[in-house]
Design a protein around this ligand. Structure first.
Ligand SMILES: *[C@@H]1O[C@H](CO)[C@@H](O)[C@H](O)[C@H]1NC(C)=O
Ligand SMILES: *[C@@H]1O[C@H](CO)[C@@H](O)[C@H](O)[C@H]1NC(C)=O
Ligand SMILES: *[C@@H]1O[C@H](CO)[C@@H](O)[C@H](O)[C@H]1NC(C)=O
Ligand SMILES: *[C@@H]1O[C@H](CO)[C@@H](O)[C@H](O)[C@H]1NC(C)=O
Ligand SMILES: *[C@@H]1O[C@H](CO)[C@@H](O)[C@H](O)[C@H]1NC(C)=O
Ligand SMILES: *[C@@H]1O[C@H](CO)[C@@H](O)[C@H](O)[C@H]1NC(C)=O
Length: 504
């Protein structure tokens, strides 16, 4: 008791002398100890009782170090030697639990380990008294000597780069990165959700193993809605129904990237449409969305990159500064990026602008450069409708697919014969006649198609994407997403055949 007291008084002085920062010492209940030990969260379990006490039974997987505390107390200035003597030097970064009979000796030993340079977290597992009182068994197996933290070769990949790191420490670092990136991604998604965000823009600066290419880029990103598939449990067919609004974020897609710096390529001095299918790769550079940046960090963790450093924005969660060195032995394979000037963008307006393609003119760069707002779509719809009506067709044949909501299984395309705006005959893809009076609600004429586009505009749909036939003016391809936050309410119409002569 007296010795303990004097040691306690010495601690602050020694701590200053040794210049060590204090590790956290956490008291565990026996239940918590058991939980941690049996779920692989303990790297090293030290029993600091005497050999005689040990012989009467100990906790499974423990290592007996009866002389550890005394040796440390007597040789704190050469603590490294003591730790090496106990094969503990490599375990300084491990999750260590110390226990004794009732917890008092464990507490002393932990404070000494802390002073000796253990970084923690350090756990006091109390004693075998509490352990057995809680109903757990003791065993009489030999002391564990081949401990995880002492066997660097076990995880050569982890230690490939830096032999100074213990396996436990390396693992702890990756775990820490994992926790941080998970928390940051969740914060980011939660922020997007709570702001009902439809998109955002930010300045992306990527630098590393390639020549500077005009970064930073002003990147505009659209958030994708969460799709909620609904199945009829009886038939497993998709149910055509409008589900409750679902405010979820599935992902984000880079819509546009605009260089803000000097560009080395004279070609690239204009805006670049970044609506790319192959992972945003624009050939000579890559534009990342914020979720892509999270994936990049995750990739660094998964590949056990030698060095990962990330600063996350505390309010929004996005990574402000990323530095990943995959292999310290190899040059020019690092990834560095910064994200700044983050701003929410109202995509309801933005996509209306860039998704519209008129008169079959699918030159996306043209539409990028010009503003097409709802009024422009309306005016184009009017022009095309006038074109269609001007032809005064009394009879026509066409094939179409009309999918509303989650998708009706109606064996599209349907082949329709229309005379004087009245459907006189219709067959489905299987060649079966459909009764004209059938109240399926899926029977359409070209006038219905024009009305559907008009309806989308009247309802201020989130996205109206329509192509008109150049010759006849009818809407040949229609995609209307009425509400960006709501899945399975979109309208998709495709006209796959049209003739005034007859069906194919
Ligand atoms: C001891 O280690 C074995 C093997 O890892 C594990 O299954 C068991 O749960 C551990 N027991 C305790 C009490 O830590
Ligand atoms: C380390 O152990 C050796 C022998 O096992 C002993 O002679 C020496 O004093 C110990 N050193 C320390 C610092 O405890
Ligand atoms: C987001 O949408 C929900 C549901 O419409 C609404 O209750 C909430 O006030 C909106 N939040 C913001 C920040 O606009
Ligand atoms: C599935 O079948 C059961 C029993 O016939 C019926 O009660 C249920 O309403 C059906 N579910 C759906 C979604 O149609
Ligand atoms: C512009 O880009 C095209 C295609 O990548 C290339 O063939 C051409 O040489 C470039 N022009 C200039 C001036 O760099
Ligand atoms: C980015 O933000 C900084 C600080 O708010 C501002 O000074 C700078 O002009 C912004 N840059 C751009 C390109 O918006």
């Amino acid at each position: 008791m007296l010795r303990c007291l004097s040691l306690t008084l010495l601690f602050p002085v020694l701590a200053v002398l040794l210049g060590v920062s204090s590790a956290e010492i956490i008291d565990l209940t026996s239940q918590e100890f058991y939980e941690m030990a049996t779920t692989g969260q303990v790297d090293l379990m030290i029993d600091v009782r005497t050999q005689a006490e040990w012989n009467t039974g100990h906790i499974e997987n423990a290592t007996l170090m009866d002389a550890l505390a005394l040796q440390l107390a007597q040789n704190l200035r050469t603590a490294e030697d003591v730790l090496r003597n106990f094969s503990l030097w490599e375990c300084r970064f491990c999750r260590v639990v110390v226990y004794c009979r009732s917890g008092a000796r464990a507490s002393n030993a932990l404070q000494l380990l802390e002073l000796a340079g253990f970084e923690g977290p350090l756990y006091n597992g109390q004693g075998v008294s509490q352990w057995t009182a809680a109903g757990y068994e003791l065993v009489t197996t030999p002391s564990v000597e081949d401990r995880y933290c002492m066997v660097p070769n076990m995880e050569t990949a982890v230690l490939r780069q830096s032999s100074s790191r213990s396996v436990c420490r390396a693992m702890a670092i990756y775990e820490q990165h994992q926790r941080e990136v998970d928390a940051a991604r969740n914060l980011f998604l939660a922020q997007m959700q709570s702001h009902n965000a439809t998109g955002y823009s930010y300045l992306l600066h990527v630098y590393g193993n390639f020549p500077p290419v005009g970064y930073p880029w002003l990147v505009t990103v659209e958030l994708q809605e969460m799709m909620m598939g609904m199945k009829d449990p009886n038939t497993t067919a998709p149910m055509a129904m409008i589900v409750d609004p679902w405010y979820g974020i599935k992902g984000d897609t880079v819509l546009a990237a605009e260089a803000t710096g000097d560009l080395p390529t004279p070609n690239a001095s204009t805006d670049i449409l970044a609506e790319m299918e192959d992972g945003n790769n624009m050939g000579w550079l890559t534009v990342y969305s914020i979720l892509d940046l999270f994936d990049k960090i995750q990739d660094g963790i998964d590949r056990l990159a030698d060095d990962i450093q990330v600063v996350y924005n505390l309010e929004w969660g996005y990574p402000e500064d990323i530095s990943i060195d995959y292999d310290q032995q190899i040059a020019d394979e690092e990834f560095y990026a910064t994200a700044s000037n983050f701003t929410l963008v109202d995509m309801e307006w933005y996509t209306m602008e860039i998704h519209y393609e008129h008169n079959n003119d699918i030159d996306a760069t043209d539409t990028m450069g010009t503003s097409f707002f709802a009024a422009d779509i309306q005016s184009d719809l009017n022009d095309n409708k006038a074109q269609w009506e001007g032809l005064g067709l009394t009879e026509y044949f066409f094939e179409y697919t009309w999918i509303e909501g989650g998708g009706l299984l109606m064996e599209f395309p349907w082949s329709v014969h229309v005379r004087d705006e009245v459907v006189v005959e219709v067959t489905n893809a299987a060649g079966q006649d459909i009764t004209i009076t059938d109240q399926t609600g899926a029977l359409r004429t070209m006038v219905n198609l024009f009305d559907a586009v008009q309806d989308g505009l009247d309802r201020n749909a989130y996205m109206v994407d329509v192509k008109f036939d150049g010759t006849y003016g009818y809407p040949s391809d229609v995609w209307i997403d009425y509400d960006s936050q709501r899945a399975d309410e979109e309208l998709s119409v495709t006209v796959s055949y049209f003739s005034t002569e007859g069906l194919p």
